[in-house]
Write a protein that binds this ligand. Sequence first.
Ligand SMILES: Cc1ncc(COP(=O)(O)O)c(C=O)c1O
Length: 483
Amino acid sequence: MPDPNSVDLAPEELRRYAHEVADWIADFLGDVESYPVLPALEPGELSESLEPSGPVAGNSMDEILADFREVIVPGCTQWNHPGFHAYFANTGSGPGILAEALTAALNVNGMVWRTGPAVTEVELRACDWLRQWLGLPDRFIGHIEDTASVSTLAALAGARHRATKGRVRDEGLGALPTLRVYCSKEAHSSVQRAVILLGMGLSNCRTIEVDDEFRMRPEALQGAIDEDRAAGVLPVAVVATVGTTSTTSVDPTAAVADICEREDIWLHVDAAYGGPLAIVPEFRWILEGVDRADSLVVNPHKWLFVPMDCSVLLCRHMNTLREALSLVPPYLMTPEDDVARNLMDYGPALGRRFRGLKLWFVLRWYGLERLQMLLRKHVELAATFASWVDEAPGWERVAPTPMSVVLFRHLPEGIDDEAELRQINEQILHRVNAQGSSFSSHTEVKRGGRTIYALRMAVGNARTELRHLESFWRALREASVLR
Ligand SMILES: Cc1ncc(COP(=O)(O)O)c(C=O)c1O
């Protein structure tokens, strides 16, 4: 039990436990493959190992760390495992982990410049490095939100403000015409959630048809806007996606930008997962037309080796964002307000963690060339896996593989019924995930009027090698013959 008179860990205690924790982290990451990727737990099971009420007298660090090792770690899905192929695989890298520890030590809240000059200036500088590596013009200013969901929410708040000439801020939505946001049928649900949160109503997020490769059809977008304008609806924003969640398709942003410019509609680009790939010269094309967007979100916590959470919102209209979102009571006014950026003005939250530190650490430690090398490798690994699927009888690739995610399924000869195929593939997924050496997820895609259940293999962890994909592929094929 801790000394009841101590107000915090004494420096020597902190040093000892910090060393112990550092050793644990190094051992954990060095040996992460020995952990099952997916814990074999039922909902509520872990809670039984946690005290139902908090300790009145406090616990010792030894007890807390023992429970961390014995209860918490086995209860975690291991996102830092190289066999993690679900959703968008990612990496909490060493440089990012060190920065997180230092961030907590500093405990700065960078709501305004003076409450953390370094928070503001490192954040702006690191985001600008990223902007340059993405090949975007310097009219884009980047800042960090926690997630892409919040970055998109802020961007659409700016768009709504501009479309309503600021009226929504004072008057609310009541006196305004119906407002509408457009995105493809493959866009992430965070767009719809932002539309709900901004009070525009889910039915006013109009989803646009996609082509055979799951890309937004610009002519369908134009048709929808024409129809809406004729009905008195006010278009607020179009969201194009670079790397959609299901299939990683890339919307034709340049053609969408043509429409948005002509129609004077805010163009927001969701490149949360796919955006980082544009730092690799041969993939720069994925951001074609994005220089003409009004805003863009890229998540370094997805495919740029920064630990959760770090989402960069790059915007060309910082003044509009500020007009839409800022509210400064007297107690938050500072003498520097006219000369410094107060980052609380550009998103929904007042308090701001020092997220820029981990982005700065990661970009500095890896450097552009190593990041390019890793992203290229991930795309190559996915292409190799895709080629195995293509060549294997009884297996089918379900969508193109433009980035590092492969959609595929088992398609045994003679079976054509989608419900049966779903069941077969669900079983395979369940069996392979239960083995513990890999974890992958599923999605649904529409093809030729059918809804296809697809398995989804994502590469995004810095430690993933060919051998991990080989053993995953072996496990899939073994699971498929067990039927
Ligand atoms: C394309 C895309 N956009 C946005 C998001 C939401 O990301 P976040 O979890 O950072 O809100 C995701 C999540 O996977 C995504 O795939």
